[in-house]
Design a protein around this ligand. Sequence first.
Ligand SMILES: O=P(O)(O)OC[C@H]1O[C@](O)(CO)[C@@H](O)[C@@H]1O
Length: 246
Amino acid sequence: MFAHPDFSKVSTAHSTRKIKDMTDVLMDKTWITYPDKILYDMYREVHLSDAELLEMKKAQLRYDITVIPPSMLGPEFVKTAGHYHPCPDYCSAEGAEMLSYPEVYQVIRGTATYLLQKKDLSDFIIVEANEGDVVLIPPNYGHVTVNADSEELVMANWVSDAFDSEYEPVRCRAGLAYYVTEDGIAQNGNYDKMPPLSYGKPKSYPEIDLYSGVDMYGLVNDLEKLDFLVNPQNYPDLFKKPFYEC
Ligand SMILES: O=P(O)(O)OC[C@H]1O[C@](O)(CO)[C@@H](O)[C@@H]1O
């Protein structure tokens, strides 16, 4: 089993997504009977000590845990609502490269299917990740996590705390361009242009000390390694493809 700190004794901000919060991003809504059913739990600013939390806040970083039990959303496997991240302030400078805030996930338990959709619809990547795997969400990619497994999925993320996620671009087209269903991958008919679909495998990122199989909470003692999440413009090479193994 993947070794991970025990956060159960620490109280953190808790929120949920219910079926009724997801109706705009579903492939099919006709099956809904229990709109108040909780689909997943999100724990924000998870930490082991107040001192660590303080350091995280100073570095504008957040460590969260999300728990997604298996369930079906009609034909779709349970998934997160899906969102994009905005661009940091530097993007408004003339000639600046548009690199929105990235994020990094690690699977603690279970299996995750990450869907990554580039904002200009030039790319769509599906990454399946198992316990301990690290998955980088590069700038400009919207993302959804699917639990297509029969076990509970527990995953962690490091992300900048300096922004609010953007839900509208996903909501207005009823989800990302592809759905993960019990019959395989299905196209979302609300897209005029379908992004080309490819599959990737998780890999390690030694340049930023993120290794599959090594618990990434440990970076709380080395938060400058996560500066790429706050200042993506300083790390253009990190975000050159391929982000994943083929
Ligand atoms: O906000 P959504 O799309 O429901 O996705 C939830 C996920 O996004 C995050 O808020 C971070 O991007 C996670 O903490 C959580 O797993």
